[in-house]
Design a protein around this ligand. Structure first.
Ligand SMILES: [Zn+2]
Length: 172
């Protein structure tokens, strides 16, 4: 068994925490789930969290919490967070309960692959923050254009042409 203990909030590197918070925010926007609580853990002989193998991150079955090992590189940290956010989404969806562990992992890895896209996976905290901001901006732009298409479709629909251009609002 590999034991870990919970790291106190004051012992967590503030830049790691803020990177984590941004990664959770962007992942959850993409996944449409509530943000899970992030806790940091560290290996410790008398730790009460016991794992069958060494881990970077873990998401328990309620799908509302993520445990991240302290001391990961900026890329490892963000990648672990987005991978675990996908597991949170899986835990929250009953349809996933009977699927094999390797399907869970493949799906989470695929989500990470899509998350990063063409963006660089290298760099320090500042570079990683900038990458997250760029991914978030892409997301917002996609969302705005999706809404615009919805509005145009409504506007051109027979029977809905009582919408005058001045009254067009984004559909929610
Ligand atoms: Zn996993």
């Amino acid at each position: 068994m590999y034991p870990y203990h919970l790291v106190g909030a004051s012992e967590v590197d503030p830049s790691a925490r803020s990177l984590c918070e941004h990664a959770v925010e962007v992942s959850c926007l993409l996944l449409g789930i509530a943000k899970p609580l992030v806790r940091f853990i560290a290996p410790s002989d008398d730790g009460i969290i016991r794992m069958k193998q060494p881990i970077n991150a873990y998401s328990p079955p309620d799908g509302r919490e993520i445990f991240i090992r302290q001391g990961l590189s900026p890329f490892e940290l963000v990648n672990a967070v987005i991978h675990e956010c996908r597991h949170c989404k899986q835990w929250q969806d009953r349809a996933w309960r009977n699927r094999a562990p390797e399907i869970w992992e493949r799906d989470a890895d695929l989500f990470c692959h899509e998350f990063w896209g063409e963006h660089s996976r290298a760099g320090d905290h500042a570079a990683m923050m900038a990458t997250l901001a760029a991914i978030r901006l892409e997301l917002v732009k996609t969302e705005v254009s999706r809404r615009r298409v919805t509005v145009e479709a409504m506007y051109h629909k027979p029977g809905r042409n009582n919408l005058s251009p001045g009254r067009i609002e984004f559909a929610s």
